[in-house]
Design a protein around this ligand. Structure first.
Ligand code: FE2
Length: 334
């Protein structure tokens, strides 16, 4: 399916190939008054659809050697991503770091997103065609607003949201040094503007189902810690598993006893781990050993087992599991 086939796209649409998509987009929006209708993909845009007075233009980044598509991999490689300082400029000026470079063949994306300079965020009401999407606030704070969920609210470090499929939302403002972790499936999905919906909506319906999922705002300050998922550890549950009817889950784990190890099997399905703070040692049954620190992340492929051993008292690890990744990512753009 091409985004040109979209029923949301206007009837008349021109196409323009750009050597510098960012600069061209700035010209159309700032100088000529065009508005953004669609961005694809959000983390490293290569197609942006804009319109003004019923006239629509599809801007396409000229192909270069670095243009990334859904690479056809089996996801069997061990994934460990340290913060190497490699950041892309994505939608609405946000900086993105890809945490799963091969994206398991396009089935899942994990992004470390940051906004260094706080203040109003140049976002607009939009929505995503996703099967799963959550955002965890790792540093700073961000004010957001969601369809049918009441007034805008602030996510602080440790808080997270589950964004059900197609829910309209907007990022309003943030602190200096905001950092969030976003996990979504499939990796490349459509992001569409909605200029007919104002937020907040007048109606509030916190039990509303969007594509079989309910919105979740998990506040760490109010969360209870429970023993598990292994002896010597405790965790807080974000409520995402229940709200998505098992499509995905997200917990934050920390050690309650020094010296305990957390066993992780790649045969338990896709599990993404990110160190939110502290450090740890990761050893696989293939003889690989890693010293991990804050903002490092990893996923263990099928057939491999590993143990994670806390290296200090501060360790906190976000674990996001997805139950049924599509066998192969849907092709969104030919
Ligand atoms: Fe969004």
């Amino acid at each position: 399916m091409s985004i040109l086939d979209s029923s949301e796209a206007g009837a008349s649409q021109d196409r323009q190939t750009c050597d510098d998509l960012d600069a061209t987009l700035r010209h159309y929006t700032k100088d000529l008054g065009y508005a953004v209708d669609e961005v694809f993909p959000a983390d490293a845009p290569r197609i942006v659809v804009i319109s003004r007075d019923g006239h629509s233009i599809r801007l396409e980044q000229a192909l270069t050697g670095t243009t990334r598509g859904n690479r056809d991999t089996d996801g069997a490689s061990f994934v460990r991503q340290a913060d190497t300082g490699s950041w892309n400029i994505g939608r609405a000026g946000m900086q993105y770091r890809d945490l799963i470079p091969d994206r398991l063949g396009g089935r899942v994306i994990a992004s470390h997103i940051r906004i260094p300079d706080g203040g109003p965020v140049p976002d607009y009401v939009h929505y995503h065609h996703v099967q799963f999407q959550m955002i965890y606030c790792a540093k700073g704070w961000v004010r957001v607003v969601y369809e049918d969920q009441g007034p805008s609210f602030v996510m602080h470090a440790g808080d997270c949201v589950l964004q059900p499929p197609m829910i309209r939302h907007r990022v309003l403002e943030c602190s200096d040094g905001l950092e969030v972790i976003e996990i979504g499936s499939p990796a490349e999905h459509r992001t569409l503007a909605d200029r007919s919906t104002g937020l907040p909506t007048r109606s509030i319906d916190r039990d509303r189902q969007f594509g079989g999922q309910r919105f979740v705002f998990h506040e760490s300050a109010a969360a209870d810690w429970h023993a598990g998922p292994a002896p010597g550890f405790e965790f807080r549950d974000t409520g995402i598993e229940e709200a998505t009817a098992g499509v995905g889950s997200a917990i934050v784990m920390r050690a309650s006893n020094p010296g305990e190890q957390l066993a992780i099997s790649g045969d338990d399905g896709f599990q993404f781990h990110m160190l939110l703070c502290g450090s740890a040692l990761l050893a696989t049954d293939q003889g690989e050993n890693w010293k991990l620190s804050t903002s490092d992340s990893f996923a263990i492929p099928p057939g491999i087992r590993a143990v994670l051993e806390p290296d200090d008292d501060a360790l906190e690890v976000l674990r996001v599991a997805l139950a049924d990744l599509p066998a192969k990512a849907p092709t969104v753009v030919a």
